[in-house]
Design a binder for this molecule. Structure first.
Ligand code: BES
Ligand code: ZN
Ligand code: MG
Length: 469
């Protein structure tokens, strides 16, 4: 996509609210006919071959319009223009905030995961002219930032859409090394033997059945020598989840290449943070493995050890994510000594049942930290819902044979999964758990997001560090 300022090309885009009064005859004509009313996401095209081409885009009600509405409206617009083979357009923009949202929306309209389609065709370059009162510098900076953001969001989406036949712990680790090291991120990859020496026993129990051997990936971006604060990101990196001996039915298994969605988001966020050279210290941990069945699998009823020293009763081998996170979170808080930590994981079906695919579920041990994250997520248009935390839920993870049990039963499953991880946050440092089981991978398109991987929370994590300069 190419952006230019204050020129005049292609389809003339006009933006309307439901309340808009505009006396152009075309607008009145289509409004009276009921063809266009300014509702959110509505698009009306008038594309004569020998006269000015126009597009109307609806933003809904003016008093309740949000930044996210701009993303949605302009994504719909560009999709419709592409359907009509129109690749040049002119948009009038009010301010930098709406500019960024519009550019995001336009980019979303172009995202496709079609690498396995033999008949795919490349989209011609789209040229967007922006009419606005920006200085050239303001304009160029805003476009560049948004392009960097979208590039890393798409990077995360491509990782999560990739199938496990090609994306498995070793290949994921190689991608991280190849794409993040050049940006000044120090990447260390530990193989199975090294993980054994490090004591990552819980993580290795999950990964050991697979022919694709586990990798423990640690990324470090240290770019604020004036601060001793180090934020930790942990992403669930199960590159395929069969459920293990607690086997999933086929219907629940087919999309389980997305079970490294947390890793995708964390890797995407690290890439973006480094590309934008944020002044921050960030370390990220991904314990990458496959949850498979073989003669060497871990089994329901097993008791396993963990890096923290705590023992875990394996009630269900399909609750594997929290076991890999136990070692990852303990490693980040105890060995890497992060001062705050956020884990992201496609962790529970219970989360999807409770919140659907629209809200990420969350638990935390620190309200102030959560409120900061919530604000960053809202600006990103990435919805997060906080769940209650209480000893009554904690009690459900108690085991009669080990220190903790890896399931808390059917009820409150999102909360007990989160609170299982809490056991491995060393020193009780501020911690947020984000269950992205619903939001990381969509079964149906939603707003400006196509079905499949969303790259959820790449922007949230970036915003969280970008605001406190
Ligand atoms: N990977 C799944 C969770 C999941 C479900 C992600 C749907 C995305 C969409 C996770 O490993 C899992 O299977 N969790 C179990 C836990 C249960 C056995 C306590 C679940 O949610 O059923
Ligand atoms: Zn599972
Ligand atoms: Mg989903």
């Amino acid at each position: 996509m190419k952006f230019q300022l204050n020129d005049n090309i292609g389809v003339q885009v006009k933006q309307f609210f439901v309340e808009s009064n505009n006396d152009t005859s075309l607008y009145n004509y289509v409004k009276n006919k009921g063809l266009f009313s300014g509702k959110l996401g509505e698009v009306y095209l008038n594309l004569p071959f020998n006269d000015t081409k126009e597009a109307f885009v609806g933003l809904g009600h003016e008093d309740i319009v949000t930044i996210d509405n701009y993303r949605e409206a302009y994504c719909n617009l560009l999709k419709r223009l592409i359907d009509n083979k129109e690749y040049e357009l002119t948009i009038s923009v009010e301010n930098i905030e709406t500019l960024k949202a519009i550019v995001e929306g336009l980019y979303h309209a172009t995202y496709k995961f079609d690498k396995y389609k033999s008949n795919r065709v490349e989209l011609p370059e789209i040229i967007v002219n922006i009419n606005a009162n920006f200085t050239e510098n303001e304009f160029v900076d805003a476009i560049k930032e948004t392009e960097d953001v979208m590039d890393s969001v798409f990077f995360a989406r491509n990782l999560v859409n990739e199938r496990s036949e090609y994306l498995y712990p070793e290949t994921l680790a190689n991608i991280v090394v190849d794409s993040l090291s050049p940006l000044g991120i120090d990447v260390e990859v530990y193989d199975e033997k090294q993980c054994e020496e490090m004591g990552l026993k819980a993580f290795l129990s999950v990964g050991r059945a697979s022919a694709r051997k586990p990798r423990f990936i640690v990324m470090k971006y240290m770019n604020d020598s004036e601060s001793n604060e180090v934020i930790g990101f942990v992403g669930k990196g199960v590159t395929y989840d069969t459920g293990g001996y607690s086997l999933k039915p086929t219907s629940g298994m087919t999309t389980m290449h997305c079970d490294m969605g947390g890793a995708g988001s964390v890797i995407g966020a690290m890439r973006l943070i480094a590309k934008r050279k944020l002044k921050a210290n960030v370390v990220a941990v991904v314990a990458a493995c496959e949850n498979m069945i073989s003669g060497s699998s871990y089994k329901p009823g097993d008791v396993i050890y963990s890096l923290s020293g705590k023992t875990i009763e394996v009630d269900n081998t399909d609750a594997e994510g929290r076991i890999t996170l136990a070692d990852s979170v303990y490693y980040a808080t105890n060995k890497l000594k992060v001062s705050k930590i956020i884990d992201l994981a496609t962790l529970t079906g219970a989360c999807v049942v409770a919140l659907g695919e629209f809200y990420t579920g969350s638990v935390t041990n620190n309200q102030q930290f959560f409120d900061e994250l919530k604000c960053a997520a809202e600006n990103a248009g990435e919805r997060v819902w906080q769940m209650p935390v209480d000893n009554s839920y904690r009690a459900l993870n108690k085991s009669s044979v080990a220190d903790v049990k890896n399931t808390g039963g059917r009820y409150g499953g999102m909360i007990t999964a989160g609170l299982f991880i809490e056991n491995f946050v060393d020193n009780n440092i501020p911690w947020i758990h984000l269950d992205i089981a619903g939001t990381a991978y969509l079964t149906k398109p939603e707003k400006y997001l196509a079905s499949g991987a969303t790259g959820i929370h790449v922007k949230t994590l970036f915003n969280l560090l970008n605001t406190k300069k």
